[in-house]
Design a protein around this ligand. Structure first.
Ligand code: FAD
Length: 486
């Protein structure tokens, strides 16, 4: 029997999509850059169905691609144009909240739960699930875990890895691993959940997770400030940390040109301060105290920053809708950049203190490759994650719009990306902070990842997926391109 016939027998015809019209929506990535055909799209309704589908694919040696909300920015979530077409498993039908345990501050959700629905379910029980990002209305918790998503809450609550207590996973041989522990301590050898967090669908299909919950803040205060440069922004970060301690919950920076893009390309967005200021910061305080006290702390810290010359101008949100409007500016960045046709975005992690030097040196490095190229920047400054975005002329930007030829543009983009990554590496940073490797950055894995780390990763992959069927060509560089020395 064929793959499709076996799947239909095991899962029911409604769980297996094959017609061109039905599968079309699953085959291309969010930015419209990557994609390819699938053998079929499977929509399982439970963990046992995932396991059955994986066993069938394994017997027939068909590649397996897990897909969540398909919001990957690194081309990890869609099929490839060449080679064997995969069985694509989309988890959208597995979206139950299985349990919320307020006494233990944990919740068990199926992998297909959309992040915003997880946040909402937690908040209805007066708890916070703190991972938050621009794609939260579409991305799924399974995809967040598979990519170890970051976002705007990392400064205070950590990234996804730090908010997962346990996992349920279907392994490549079809076994179900029930690791849905809700323990805060469990020293019984290796903590296997960490293998799957950030594994980008290469080691198994995550089907459910036990997540860590936090007290829901009752008070929030948000401000938008203009600062003269990234170093002054860092001074303000340190000042907020000193004065406001754990109530500092977000510290996000962008340059004026990035704010301009948001205002120009996303309808309904209005900035509280002119985009002509060179650098902008959104700061949020949140805790379980009273709002006036928090607003007072925010005002006093801003005043001190103004007196020091670290802040040029500031605007405080006076209500819930105003706070939401400031956050909407930040969360609209990816949408704006997509609308604008921006072709190259980098996602570097730095020691927080090195961010100003990174921005300066990366700008010089890019301008050595393409003099005068405009650059927009948006950063989760509180955790040292900088999206440094040289405006390569994919859609005809600036003085370089003469670079019309597709191949020339692609090689210019590659040279610029490599230059930025080399600066991050030289400053003890990473070329990938939160968006994952996907198919976009496998070459950079070969360039920067020590050989011994790649060898350990390959050993684990070989153990769990000896047929190399799970998400082939993603995350791991091709063997021939691997560095031979650490
Ligand atoms: P997909 O895109 O469907 O898949 C991503 C990877 O995970 C693929 O390799 C896929 O095979 C694997 N995968 C998916 N589900 C499973 C599963 N159940 N089991 C095993 N593997 C699986 N990311 C950030 O970290 N921070 C941000 O601030 C941020 N902002 C964004 C803003 C916008 C507007 C957009 C479009 C994206 C943004 N992203 C951000 C990137 C993206 O949203 C995250 O990587 C997200 O975690 C992906 O989740 P997803 O469900 O869409 O996964």
């Amino acid at each position: 029997m064929s793959l499709v016939a076996q799947l239909q027998t095991a899962l029911g015809a409604q769980a297996v999509l094959v017609s061109e019209a039905e599968v079309a929506g699953y085959l291309q990535d969010w930015r419209g850059r990557y994609g390819g055909p699938a053998a079929c799209v499977v929509l399982p309704s439970c963990t046992q169905q995932v396991a059955a589908a994986v066993r069938i694919a394994g017997r027939l040696r068909v590649p397996v691609l897990a897909q969540g909300g398909n919001t990957s920015l690194s081309g990890g979530s869609v099929p490839w144009p060449d080679g064997a077409a995969p069985m694509l498993i989309n988890l959208a039908r597995m979206r139950a909240v299985r349990a919320i345990d307020t006494a233990n501050d944990s919740m068990v959700v199926e992998a297909g739960c959309v992040l915003a629905a997880v946040q909402q379910a937690a908040s209805e029980r007066r708890r916070l699930y703190p991972v938050s990002l621009g794609a939260e209305g579409s991305c799924q918790i399974g995809g967040n875990i598979a990519t170890n998503a970051g976002g705007t809450g990392v400064l205070r609550y950590g990234n996804t890895r730090e908010n997962v207590l346990g996992l349920e996973v279907v392994l490549p041989d079809g076994q179900i691993w029930d690791g849905l522990y809700r323990l805060r301590k469990n020293n019984t050898g290796l903590d296997l959940k960490h293998l799957f967090i950030g594994s980008e669908g290469t080691l198994g299909v995550i089907t459910a997770a036990c997540l860590k919950l936090h007290p829901l803040p009752t008070a929030q205060a948000v401000a938008w400030m203009a600062v003269p440069n990234p170093a002054a922004a860092l001074d303000m970060l340190a000042l907020f940390q000193r004065r406001c301690g754990a109530s500092l919950s977000a510290f996000e920076m962008m340059n004026g040109p990035q704010l301009d893009y948001v205002l120009e390309h996303v309808p309904g967005r209005r900035a509280p301060l002119p985009a002509s200021y060179a650098w902008h910061v959104l700061v949020e305080l949140a805790d379980s105290g009273a709002e006036p006290a928090l607003t007072g702390a925010l005002q006093e810290t801003l005043q001190q920053g103004l007196a020091q010359g670290w802040v040029l101008d500031a605007s405080l949100a006076a209500s819930g809708p105003q706070r939401a409007a400031l956050w909407a500016l930040r969360h609209s960045v990816s949408q704006a950049n997509k609308q604008a046709g921006i072709g190259l975005s980098t996602d570097c992690a730095l020691p927080v203190s090195a961010v100003p030097e990174f921005i300066e040196r990366a700008t010089l490095a890019v301008h050595r490759v393409m003099p005068g190229l405009p650059i927009i920047i948006v950063a989760h400054l509180g955790d040292g994650n900088v999206h440094f975005i040289p405006l390569i002329p994919f859609a005809g930007f600036g003085p370089w719009s003469a670079v019309a030829d597709r191949q020339a543009t692609a090689s210019a983009a590659s040279a610029v990306r490599q230059a930025v990554h080399a600066v991050a590496h030289a400053l003890s940073g990473s070329f990938s902070a939160e968006h994952g490797i996907g198919q976009l950055l496998t070459q950079e894995m070969a360039r920067f990842k020590p050989a011994v780390e790649l060898a350990m990763m390959r050993g684990i992959k070989g153990l769990l997926d000896p047929q190399q069927l799970f998400n082939p060509g993603r995350l791991f560089p091709a063997v021939a391109t691997t560095r031979t020395s650490a």
